[in-house]
Design a protein around this ligand. Structure first.
Ligand code: FAD
Length: 398
């Protein structure tokens, strides 16, 4: 890290804190000012929420904001935008897209969602069937998406469509930014085991999307989607929380409440092992995040995502065991809600246990992560892909 970069970041932080004291400035106003100061994504060029410095500085900026009584919770409240959309727009968008979308995204004035999965296309995303047909300068979209997290709050969606059914599946895709308030967009809640409807099914019926909302070239949607997905794995698995927080904090609390000083030595050993694993995971996540912020993220995102899913499920189950009979209750009652965030961080150990079941599915299943790591990192033989050179239209679908 160069001294010049340090000085640049230090002076931007000082100026920002002087004009907008973190503890006293309303959140959205602060995040807007943070963007203007180049401290939103420090690695972006000036004018696009950054200072053009090394990505490592972002962790320092966020730490200082939290220490000064401010908040960085926009990063997870608008995770599909800030964590995934921004990187995609920087890599594949035009300057006009970058100018229009990044600031309101970071300031939480506009929430984003991701419209990739469909009832017949999840792990095999490239099989998707939602169509976009060109009509002059407009594309007309028809189809159904599913599992659309925060679709009920979103102003904008990251949408992948099929624009050419006559070429093999990966070659016929095109990526758009879609206005979730456009005609023909119907968002319906899907309730999860926790009682919350974090996600939705979304129907498109003759929805118009202007050609200037396209990210990347026609037919290049697969490459653009990969940028989003690599960012997603880091946003999910590479999420860096403070040491000892999250599900391991619930476990320690349950231990102190139910067992205290005289607890079973075996359980205490297990708790300690989970604590150590959580800390190792946290450090891996820091590495993944730094790699991602340098440019296109690498395999660290997939390893962190895979490891985190297993560990979080194990720790939340262990916590319920520690709670004994109390673990079978559901404090606060079971309500159906449409939440304003994913995987509510303030939730109880009980809700965390139920929510963790999704960890090995969301953002790509653990089985698929293992395939990716096996093939791309370890160089193992690939899965048989019988539909690789077959036009999408001719591939049998259920
Ligand atoms: C909480 C949550 C939030 C989500 N949010 C979003 C969102 O905002 N936007 C969005 O687009 N999607 C979202 N998803 C969808 C998610 O990306 C998909 O669920 C995931 O990719 C799996 O697809 P699928 O559900 O269709 O399962 P399928 O692909 O049908 O898989 C079913 C089972 O088969 C296994 N399997 C499939 N293919 C293989 C293979 N080649 N080798 C070995 N095993 C295989 C899978 O691992 C799985 O166990 C979300 C999911 C969850 C749980």
């Amino acid at each position: 890290m160069s001294t010049d970069e340090r000085q640049l970041v230090e002076s931007a932080i000082e100026d920002l804190f002087a004009s907008h004291p973190p503890a006293d400035t309303p959140e959205k106003e602060f995040w807007g000012a943070q963007f203007d100061a180049g401290l939103a994504w420090v690695q972006h060029p000036e004018g696009f929420g950054g200072l053009g410095v090394g990505p490592r500085w972002q962790a320092e900026v966020d730490r200082r904001i939290n220490e000064a009584g401010g908040s960085t919770r926009n990063r997870y409240l608008n995770v599909l935008g800030i964590g995934m959309g921004a990187g995609t727009i920087m890599a594949h968008g035009t300057p006009a897209h970058q100018e229009r979308f990044l600031r309101p995204m970071f300031a939480m004035e506009e929430i984003w969602c991701q419209l990739f999965s469909e009832p017949g296309a999840g792990s095999d995303l490239a099989a998707l069937a939602t169509t976009a047909k060109k009509d002059g300068d407009t594309w007309i979209v028809n189809g159904q998406k599913v599992w659309t997290t925060l679709g009920h709050l979103a102003k904008w969606g990251l949408l992948v469509t099929r624009t050419d059914p006559d070429v093999p599946k990966h070659a016929g895709l095109t990526y758009f930014i879609v206005d979730m308030e456009a005609p023909g967009v119907d968002v319906r809640p899907l309730y999860q085991i926790t009682g919350e409807a974090e996600f939705n099914e979304v129907y498109f019926t003759d929805t118009p999307v202007d050609d200037d909302m396209r990210l990347g070239e026609v037919g290049q949607g697969w490459a653009v989607s990969m940028t989003t997905l690599m960012n997603e794995r880091v946003a999910i698995g590479g999420n860096v929380s403070p040491r000892g927080s999250g599900s391991i904090a619930h476990a320690v609390e349950a231990w102190q409440k139910m067992h205290g000083e005289d607890g079973d030595a075996g359980l205490r050993d297990q708790l300690t092992a989970y604590w150590v694993e959580s800390e190792a995971m946290r450090l891996t996540a820091i590495r993944a995040k730094e790699a991602a912020q340098k440019g296109t993220p690498g395999p660290e995102g997939s390893t962190a995502k895979l490891q985190w899913a297993d560990l979080n499920k194990a720790i939340t189950s262990f916590t319920i065991d520690l709670l004994g009979p109390e673990g079978m209750t559901y404090p606060g009652g079971y309500e159906f809600t449409r939440p304003e965030q994913t995987a509510n961080r303030e939730s109880s150990a009980h809700k965390a246990y139920l929510r963790a079941r999704a960890n090995s599915i969301e953002g790509g299943t653990s089985e698929v992560m293992k395939n990716i790591l096996g093939e791309r990192v370890l160089g193992l033989p690939g899965e048989p892909r019988v539909d690789k050179n077959v036009p999408w239209r001719e591939v049998p679908r259920s």
